[in-house]
Unconditional design. Structure first.
Lengths: 434, 174
C-alpha cells in the first residue's frame, strides 16, 4: 500500500514503537518560546538534567509578550535567554530580532520538507506548509524533546482534502481554512494529519499555505501538511543553494516526501471553493463560521491584523491596499502587528506602514500581541474585535470580549466601516449570480 | 501505581477549551501552585461557579473534545494543583490528552451513552468516583447507590502513569 506524507516522514524518523499504535520519533528541530519552555527549563534544572540534546536543533524566540510587560514576563524572558546562552543555542531571537514564532522560523529557513518539529504551541502545525510533520505539544514533551530529541505520537492517520475550483477575488486562504473548519467541526480531525492538496493549494504561495496549515489545530488536527513542490523549493532556495546544484535538484530530493498515488487515507474530501465568499466567525468556537455578509453591520470596537495566521507581508499588503488614502472609522481602533522584523522592514520600504499610520492604525512591534490577550490589545468586557487571528474562544482576547475571525481584507474593510463588512476586493454580486 | 478517585465535578458541555480551563492571562506564572485559583475561570457553562464548585473535587466528568485549543500544559497543572488528576469524557483533544498522561494523570474516554448515563444518574448529586487500576473500573457512588463502569487504557498510557509521566519514562528508555 502507498504512503501519505506523514507516514513517509515517520518511517524516516522512527526510533521504536513502545505500543501498537505509538511511535517514538527522532526530532529534527525543537522550537521554543518564553511561555511554555521556561517551566521545562526550571524542571530540568530541578532534576539535575539541565542539558540539551543538540543546541543546533533548538530554535528559540521571545514572542508572546515582547517587550516584557511586567516583572513576571521579564523573568520568563530571562530564564529563556540565560538558558540559550549557557547551552550555546545560537538561534535565539531576543527583543529586536524577534517575531511571532510561526512566521519567524520559516523565514529563517529552519523548516524543510520531511522534518519533524515540535513546539510548546498548538499552532506549530503551521510548518506543515513545507511538507514537514510539525506538531504542537505540551511542556513535558518539550522537556523530553530538549533533553533527548525524541517525541511520542500515535501512528498518524491522514485526512486528505483536495481543494478544487477557483478562488474568487477577495477570497483568501483564511476563508478557505475557515470553510474547512466549519465542515470538519472543532474535533473533526482529532488524532489526524490533514493533508491539503489539489489545484488551489498548488497555486498558493508559501504564506497562504502557512495560513491554511496554521488552523489545522482548530479542527483538532495534529498537523496540517502540504506536499513540497517548486513553490516550496523556490522559497527555501536562499537557505539550500549550497546543498543542491539547482532548484530542480532540490525538488527531486524533496519528492521523497510526496504522497503515493495509492496512499491510504482515513478519508478523502473534495472541497470546491469556487462559490466561496469571505467568511467570519460568530460565537466562541472556530467552527461557528458564516459568510461575512450575514454578519455585516455588526459594530466592532477593535480591529486586529497580525498573528501567526495572518501577520505576514502578503497580509499587510492586502490590508494596506484597502486602507490606502482612507481613515478608519472614528468608532473603532485598529492595530497592525507585522509578524517579524523582516516583514516590518518590508512594510516600511513598501510604504505600507505609512498607509497604516495615515489611516489612523496603531502599528506595533512584532509580537503575538492581542491574539491571546496576554500583552497589548486586550479587550474590555463586552467589547468586540474583528481579528485576523485563529481563535474566538471565550475570553481569548480579554475577559468578556468577543472575537470574530476573518481575513486581513475583511478586517481592513471592517476598520473603515466600523462594523463587519466585506472588502471592496470581493464582489457579492459576482457570487450571487453563480 | 498512583491511585485515582474522589469527589466528582460534572461539566455538562462539549469542546471546553484550555483557554477556559486556564486563561492565557495567567500564563505568566512559572510556578504551578500560582495557577490554582484561576482554574476554569472563563468556563462558559450556565450555573457553574468556579469558586464554589471546584473545591474538594478530584475527578471531572465531561462531554466531548475536552481540552481543545492551546497546547498549554498549564491546564493539566491547574487541575493537578486543585487535586483533580482524572478527567472522564467522551473524547479529548490530542494535546490535552497527551499532556495529562505526560504528567502521570489520566484522561479516560468512555462511550457517549455511558457518559450520558453518568450525567443522568449522578449529575447534581454529591458523587464520588473510585478507580481500580488493576480491574480497569471506576465505581461511581451517590446517595448510597453505586455503579461500576469499565474503561480501557493502552499499555503505553498505563506505563506513563506508572512511571509518573513521560519525562520519567523517556529518561529510562531513550
Amino acid at each position: 500500500m502507498g504512503k501519505t506524507i506523514a507516514q513517509k516522514i515517520f518511517d524516516d524518523h522512527r526510533i521504536n514503537s513502545p505500543d501498537s499504535d505509538i511511535q517514538v520519533i527522532r526530532l529534527d528541530a525543537v522550537f521554543c518560546h518564553e511561555i511554555t519552555t521556561p517551566p521545562a527549563i526550571v524542571d530540568l534544572e530541578r532534576r539535575g538534567k539541565d542539558r540539551v540534546f543538540d543546541p543546533s536543533r533548538i530554535k528559540v524566540v521571545i514572542d508572546h509578550v515582547s517587550p516584557a510587560k511586567d516583572a513576571k514576563t521579564a523573568v520568563q524572558g530571562k530564564i529563556l535567554r540565560d538558558w540559550a546562552r549557557r547551552h550555546q543555542i545560537t538561534d535565539f531571537f531576543d527583543i529586536g530580532q524577534n517575531g511571532v514564532c510561526h512566521a519567524l522560523f520559516p523565514e529563517k529557513g529552519f523548516v524543510r520538507p520531511g522534518y519533524t518539529i515540535i513546539m510548546g504551541d498548538s499552532h506549530t502545525c503551521t510548518h506543515g506548509a513545507f511538507g514537514a510533520f510539525a506538531a504542537g505539544v505540551g511542556t513535558t514533551d518539550i522537556e523530553v524533546g530538549i533533553l533527548k530529541g525524541v517525541c511520542a505520537f500515535k501512528t498518524p492517520e491522514t485526512l486528505r482534502i483536495n481543494i478544487t475550483g477557483h478562488l474568487a477575488d477577495g477570497v483568501f486562504a483564511k476563508d478557505v481554512i475557515l470553510s474547512i473548519i466549519q465542515r470538519l467541526g472543532v474535533s473533526g480531525a482529532t488524532h489526524k494529519v490533514i493533508e491539503f492538496g489539489g489545484p488551489v493549494v498548488a497555486a498558493m504561495d508559501m504564506e497562504s499555505r502557512m495560513t491554511l496549515c496554521n488552523m489545522a489545530i482548530e479542527a483538532g488536527g495534529t498537523c496540517g501538511i502540504c506536499a513540497p513542490d517548486r513553490v516550496t523549493a523556490d522559497y527555501l532556495w536562499p537557505f539550500i543553494k549550497d546543498a543542491y546544484a539547482s532548484v530542480e535538484a532540490a525538488m527531486a530530493d524533496f519528492s521523497r516526501y510526496l504522497p503515493d498515488a495509492d496512499a491510504t487515507y482515513t478519508d478523502i474530501l473534495e472541497h470546491d471553493v469556487s462559490s466561496l465568499s469571505p467568511l467570519t466567525t460568530f460565537g466562541y468556537k472556530p467552527d461557528q463560521v458564516c459568510p461575512v455578509h450575514e454578519m455585516a453591520g455588526t459594530p466592532v470596537d477593535q480591529v486586529y491584523i497580525g498573528s501567526c495566521t495572518n501577520g505576514r507581508i502578503s497580509d499587510l499588503r492586502i490590508a494596506a491596499s484597502i486602507l490606502a488614502g482612507r481613515r478608519i472609522h472614528p468608532s473603532v481602533r485598529a492595530i497592525v502587528s507585522p509578524a517579524t522584523p523582516e516583514i516590518y522592514k518590508k512594510a516600511l520600504a513598501e510604504g505600507l506602514i505609512q498607509i497604516f499610520m495615515d489611516a489612523g492604525v496603531c502599528v506595533t512591534n512584532p509580537t503575538c500581541g492581542a491574539c491571546l490577550g496576554m500583552s497589548n490589545g486586550v479587550l474590555a468586557e463586552g467589547e468586540v474585535c474583528a481579528s485576523t487571528t485563529n481563535r474566538n474562544f471565550n475570553g481569548r482576547m480579554g475577559k468578556g470580549g468577543m472575537v470574530h475571525l476573518m481575513s486581513p481584507a475583511t478586517a481592513a474593510a471592517t476598520a473603515l466601516s466600523g462594523s463587519i463588512a466585506n472588502s471592496p476586493l470581493f464582489s457579492e454580486k459576482g457570487t450571487s449570480e453563480k | 501505581m498512583k491511585s485515582f478517585g474522589g469527589e466528582v465535578l460534572f461539566l455538562d458541555r462539549s469542546d471546553i477549551n484550555t483557554d477556559e480551563i486556564l486563561p492565557a492571562r495567567y500564563l505568566t506564572e512559572i510556578s504551578r501552585e500560582a495557577l490554582g485559583p484561576n482554574l476554569l475561570e472563563d468556563l462558559k457553562l450556565e450555573g457553574f461557579d468556579p469558586k464554589a464548585d471546584i473545591s474538594g473535587k478530584a475527578v471531572i466528568v465531561t462531554r466531548a473534545n475536552f481540552g481543545c485549543g492551546s497546547s498549554r500544559e498549564h491546564a493539566p497543572w491547574a487541575l493537578e494543583v486543585n487535586g483533580i488528576d482524572l478527567v472522564v469524557g467522551e473524547s479529548f483533544a490530542r494535546i490535552f490528552r497527551q499532556n495529562m498522561y505526560n504528567c502521570g494523570m489520566m484522561a479516560v474516554e468512555l462511550p457517549a451513552q455511558t457518559i450520558d448515563h453518568l450525567f443522568l444518574r449522578f449529575a447534581g448529586k454529591k458523587t464520588t468516583a473510585s478507580v481500580d487500576m488493576e480491574k480497569h473500573t471506576i465505581v461511581f457512588s451517590a446517595d448510597g447507590a453505586s455503579e461500576t463502569v469499565s474503561f480501557s487504557i493502552s499499555g503505553f498510557d498505563r506505563e506513563l502513569v506508572a512511571a509518573g509521566g513521560w519525562l520519567e519514562y523517556a529518561d529510562a528508555h531513550y
